[in-house]
Design a protein around this ligand. Structure first.
Ligand SMILES: Nc1ncnc2c1ncn2[C@@H]1O[C@H](COP(=O)(O)OP(=O)(O)OP(=O)(O)O)[C@@H](O)[C@H]1O
Length: 292
């Protein structure tokens, strides 16, 4: 836990590259503890936000606070509490797994080599194998074991499962969830895949074209949103709370609403929305993209 109770806070954060803004007006308060998913399509700004969070990029506007400290003024001590796993789990391909553990210990103040060795032994990954000779899934597990051995308070992972097959993906997430269950670490990871989020995550951030379109505790978001299904109509829409999306078939209208009750008209029923459908509805919205 941090003094503020937040693992990451951003206030009006923007990041401008030479060609324009990759992130605009990003204000977030992500709680410490648990797992936070950052989802959005290609080019939404996920990597940019994660690199800002770990101090690898400086914001062009606004401020970023990680574990209670302004990230641009963060000391090595604060940053030593943050682990970062970049996209594609880069490893030194000619190093053996054992070499990398020794390297990790030499570079990090709180590195727990025994923890990493136990994780790798459980996964059957030999210490004398060169990284380049491991499968993609094994390389991802080695990179995760190294990151967890740092005993971070905040672990940031950029699309950690994107290149993994379904089995390796499941195993990777299981190891990650196990580490969270052991306590202490907050995990923030980006993903294109919204399929497994409900099982794995506590908190959600949806980014679209450089803007945050939805953020919150997942249980609360699911409780606030409902699908209202009724006879096809274009009327009554403004009587059903905030309409996130309206879909019409020949005979029916389905409204995804936030904080909305059933329309007074007969024939309407409410049903819960699945997290994947909720995220996809927000991503389909014609929102305001960032302008160059
Ligand atoms: N170093 C850079 N220089 C210039 N533009 C960049 C740079 N890095 C990212 N961008 C641009 O910023 C926008 C956001 O990119 P970013 O990599 O953060 O998105 P992303 O959501 O992580 O995408 P993906 O899912 O494809 O990895 C994109 O339009 C991208 O082209």
């Amino acid at each position: 836990m941090t003094a503020t109770g937040f693992a990451l806070r951003t206030d009006g954060v923007g990041k401008r590259y030479r060609k324009g803004w990759a992130l605009r007006d990003c204000t977030l308060a992500l709680p410490a503890g648990g797992v936070i998913a950052l989802v959005g399509p290609n080019g939404a700004g996920k990597t940019t936000l994660l690199r800002l969070a770990v101090g690898l990029l400086a914001p062009s506007a606004g401020s970023v606070e990680v574990l209670g400290s302004d990230v641009t003024a963060s000391t090595p001590r604060t940053l030593s509490r943050v682990g970062f796993l970049a996209q594609d789990h880069p490893l030194y391909k000619r190093f053996t797994v054992g070499d990398m553990l020794r390297f990790g210990r030499a570079c990090n103040l709180r590195f727990d080599q025994g923890l990493a060795e136990r994780r790798l032994a459980t996964l059957g990954i030999p210490l004398d194998r060169r990284a380049g000779a491991l499968s993609g899934g094994q390389q991802a597990q080695v990179a995760l074991a190294l990151a967890l051995a740092k005993r971070p308070d905040l672990l940031v992972l950029d699309e950690p499962v994107a290149s993994l097959d379904p089995l390796a993906r499941r195993e990777f997430l299981q190891v990650l969830m196990g580490a969270v269950a052991e306590g202490g670490v907050t995990v923030l990871f980006s993903s294109h895949d919204v399929h497994e989020l409900e099982r794995v995550c506590d908190h959600l951030v949806v980014l679209d074209r450089g803007r945050v379109t939805l953020t919150g505790d997942i249980d609360a978001l699911l409780a606030e949103h409902r699908l209202l299904v009724g006879p096809r109509t274009a009327a009554d829409l403004d009587r059903a709370g905030t309409v996130v999306e309206a879909v019409h078939s020949d005979r029916h209208t389905t409204l995804l609403v936030r904080d909305g009750g059933l329309p007074a008209a007969p024939g309407w029923r409410a049903q819960p929305v699945a997290l994947e459908d909720l995220v996809l509805a927000y991503l389909r919205r014609p929102g305001a993209a960032v302008t160059p």
